[in-house]
Ligand binder design. Structure first.
Ligand code: GLU
Length: 439
């Protein structure tokens, strides 16, 4: 059974980068008819917040990425501590007391000598007496996982064959000095315990993966398949990291971006397939293949969400925008929406043309066109109007005033709709409830 998981740390809002991870995992599970787990990585109790857990759930729900199971790492600490004991018993776990500044100094020295900044395992050489002294002076140490210095290899579903020399990686800290379990350990335990078969995550996790594979194997488990997607960059190729806050799903939603626009773009970005606007989740799943994703950095330009959102809005049925059309009389709603929808770029703006038609009149018109517009309005009968009203009326106005083309149509359009561009005027006229300009 295929099992994937999305494992955010609830320390902030999720953004398009996180969404990419969530979506690829979700697609793998759904394509295989498997299970998608939402795992909240909340062992960092200082930084984790319930409001972010709620926000993550709400954002995934907004996108329609449902999960089959939800787990909180903070509720599974016993399991992690038991596993830590097992690693201790195996001699794969050791206590180390270096402070962050001591470690920093070591790394600096190594760099100066042209060596990679890998932890030197000094703690392994401590005598029992030295250990006792450090424990007395500094309290409990951090616990590091002792890597086997061999090559760690896996067939990455995106990167292809990947081989990392364990000697080039620091023995990872799995339990911090304050006793807090780090997600690196928790994730190993959970991925094995939950039978996770595929892990898709950002390529910033490649080194973690190497260490986690060894930890899983030490525990007698079978590591899942890994896929590391490239990180997002902005349109110029710069890392997106700094701008991600503005690209939170919350923010995109507030801007009226359509969920299927976000999903359609993110399901294809970084793959060899062109972006295709999908109408449904089934269509997304159908066209998805993790093997189509590549290693090159992936450019993400939020502007690309605009045309996709607009295409979705232009195709919405009147029932789908009903919430925004309460001001439009029921019997006119369908006609209204069909007349204006190609000129609406956000679902929330569905009713704006109605507002404009009810409110505007001669005051919007330029000084030099005022007289022309009142002359024209004098030739317009009272409503109701139909599709023939506009051509008949403008022909009469043209004859009377001698105006033609743009100078004839534009001031009238502006006087009636308040805009220089918009829906077909033949479609607009039947929507008018009273004679324009007669307010
Ligand atoms: N909580 C980790 C993160 O957000 C999870 C990484 C993983 O997928 O294992 O980076």
């Amino acid at each position: 059974m295929t099992v994937t998981r999305f494992a955010p740390s609830p320390t902030g809002l999720i953004h398009v980068g996180n969404l990419r991870t969530a979506l690829l995992n979700w697609l793998i599970a759904r394509k295989a008819g498997g299970i998608f787990v939402l795992r909240i990585d909340d062992t960092d109790t200082d930084r984790s917040r319930q409001e972010y857990v709620d926000a993550i759930r709400a954002d995934l729900e907004w996108l329609g990425l449902g999960w089959d199971r939800v787990e909180h790492q903070s509720a599974r600490l016993d399991l992690y501590n038991e596993t830590a004991d097992r690693l201790r018993d195996m001699g794969r776990f050791y206590e180390a007391w270096e402070t962050p500044s001591e470690l920093q100094l070591k790394r600096k020295k190594q760099r100066n000598m042209g060596r990679p900044p890998v932890y030197d395992r000094a703690a392994l050489d401590l005598s029992d007496g030295e250990r006792n002294r450090l424990r007395a002076e500094r309290g409990a140490g951090a616990w590091r996982f002792k890597l086997n210095h061999a090559r760690i290899e896996w067939e990455d579903l995106i990167l292809g064959h990947t081989s990392i020399d364990a000697a080039s990686v620091s023995d990872p800290v799995l339990i911090r000095q304050d006793g807090r379990i780090l997600y690196t350990l928790a994730s190993v335990v959970d991925d094995l315990d939950m039978g996770v078969t595929h892990v898709v995550r950002g390529s910033d996790h490649v080194t973690n993966t190497a260490a986690q594979i060894q930890a899983m194997e030490a525990l007698g488990g079978r590591p899942p398949g890994f896929a590391h997607h490239s990180l997002l960059t902005d349109a110029k190729g710069e890392p997106l990291a700094k701008r991600l806050k503005a690209l939170s799903l919350r923010e995109l939603r507030a801007q009226g971006v359509e969920p299927m626009a976000v999903l359609s773009l993110m399901a294809r970005l970084g793959s060899s397939d062109p972006v295709k606007l999908c109408a449904s989740h089934d269509e997304l799943i159908e066209g998805f293949d993790i093997a189509r994703f590549g290693v090159a950095p992936t450019k993400f330009d939020p502007a690309d969400l605009e045309p996709l959102t607009m295409r979705i809005v232009h195709g919405l049925a009147v029932e789908e925008v009903a919430d925004h059309l309460s001001a439009v009389p029921e019997e006119l709603r369908e006609q209204y929406w069909h007349a204006v929808r190609a000129n609406v770029s956000r679902r929330s703006e569905a009713g704006d043309w109605w507002q404009a038609l009810a409110e505007t009149g001669p005051p919007d018109v330029a000084e030099e066109d005022r007289e022309f517009v009142s002359e024209a309005f004098a030739l317009l009968p009272a409503p109701p109007y139909d599709r023939a009203t506009w051509p008949t009326w403008t022909a009469a106005v043209g004859n009377k005033t001698g105006r033609r083309g743009k100078s004839l149509f534009m001031p009238l359009r502006l006087a009636i709709t308040g805009q220089t561009r918009g829906p077909e005027m033949a479609d607009v006229m039947p929507l008018l409830q009273k004679k324009p300009g007669a307010r």
